[in-house]
Design a protein around this ligand. Structure first.
Ligand code: BTN
Length: 323
């Protein structure tokens, strides 16, 4: 599609002025169709300056999503190679779940500019305003026992943390099991949903949803949430960030499925876990108690020491930081 290709070309030359003729020659289309495509892209919210007699420039801060630009940065075999980009959707996880997942390849990805009812863990909502985040879901088809599903969330958490570091130069930490934090505030949440084959008692497929705040943070939650923009003042990175998350996620996912891969992934997770030694409130089955975090065991469970001195391994549940 001309629009996608024009956008990808401008993305490659972000911040530079390129002439309509140059784009038209590169893409083998007429200058008029380039003009039309630029016009349509501007309408969709891409920040493209049109300079009389000189050309077009995708401004550095322009943050519109482009499937073509993302694909050009992918180094993956399957993750994101089939990518469905939506302007708005209720939830990328729910949307993907509603597709014929049996017919889709592993790595199939749904990415949205906005979610009107983004979902978080434990029935919570994930606020996903247009243009202010990267909201994506990836279809995975491993054969895993239900107990091993949290390892996929762990892979995704390591992948997001590594991608944010690589693309934005920002150090982040992981809070068991599915949150990425930066300077004491939440930057990203992950929601993994597994679908079990009743016959085999293993996963038929798993949808891993990742939501990162990249732009402005709602002032109502500014004391607990942060974003790439809040931390770095950088805008215009959503395509590169989405691509790098997919690159890193595939890498850690493949590693996980190799012999001893679980150990490698957990080492990386432990390195990024910032809650060791911290006092937390453990929320489980409608009860809560305070404990101190000891670390992560070899199955990915959180090891805590209760106030009574007992050691527990938490495979599910939630912790709240109390200090
Ligand atoms: C959490 O913080 O509890 C998890 C949040 C997960 C949000 C992502 S955004 C993409 C995907 N679609 C959803 O509806 N949720 C996940």
């Amino acid at each position: 599609m001309v629009q996608d290709n024009v956008l990808a070309y401008l993305e490659k030359h972000r911040g530079e002025v390129v002439t309509g003729g140059q784009i038209a020659r590169q893409l083998g289309v007429s200058r008029n169709s380039v003009w039309k495509a630029v016009h349509a892209l501007q309408k969709k919210g891409h920040d493209i300056e049109a300079m009389a007699n000189s050309g077009y420039c995708l401004v550095e801060a322009s943050d519109g999503l482009s499937a073509t630009a993302i694909k050009e940065t992918l180094t993956t075999e399957s993750f994101g190679r089939e990518l469905e980009l939506l302007e708005t959707v209720v939830s990328t996880n729910s949307f993907l779940k509603g597709l014929d997942t049996a017919a889709l390849p592993e790595g199939y990805t749904v990415l949205a500019d906005e979610q009107t009812a983004g979902r978080g863990r434990l029935g919570r909502t994930f606020y996903s305003p247009a243009r202010e985040g990267v909201y994506l879901s990836v279809l995975l088809k491993p054969r895993l026992a239900m107990d091993d599903v949290p390892m996929l969330t762990i892979c995704a958490a390591v992948a997001v943390s590594a991608a944010v570091e690589k693309v934005c130069g920002l150090q982040t930490g992981v809070k068991w099991v599915n949150d990425i934090y930066c300077n004491g505030k939440k930057l990203c949440g992950i929601l993994s949903e597994a679908f079990i084959s009743a016959e085999l008692k293993t996963t038929e497929y798993v949808i891993v949803g990742i939501g990162i705040n990249s732009g402005k943070v709602d002032p109502a939650v500014a004391d607990i949430a942060t974003s790439i923009f809040e931390e770095t003042s950088v805008q215009g990175i959503r395509n590169r960030l989405a691509a790098e998350i997919l690159n890193q996620f595939e890498y850690y996912y493949k590693t996980l499925l190799t012999e001893n891969g679980c150990r490698t992934v957990l080492e990386e997770y432990r390195r990024r876990l910032f809650i060791v030694g911290r006092k937390v409130e453990v929320l489980q089955h409608n009860t809560s108690y305070t404990a101190t975090v000891l670390g992560i065991d070899d199955a990915g469970a959180l090891l805590v020491k209760t106030a009574g001195g007992e050691q527990e391994a938490l495979r599910t549940g939630e912790i709240r930081l109390t200090q």
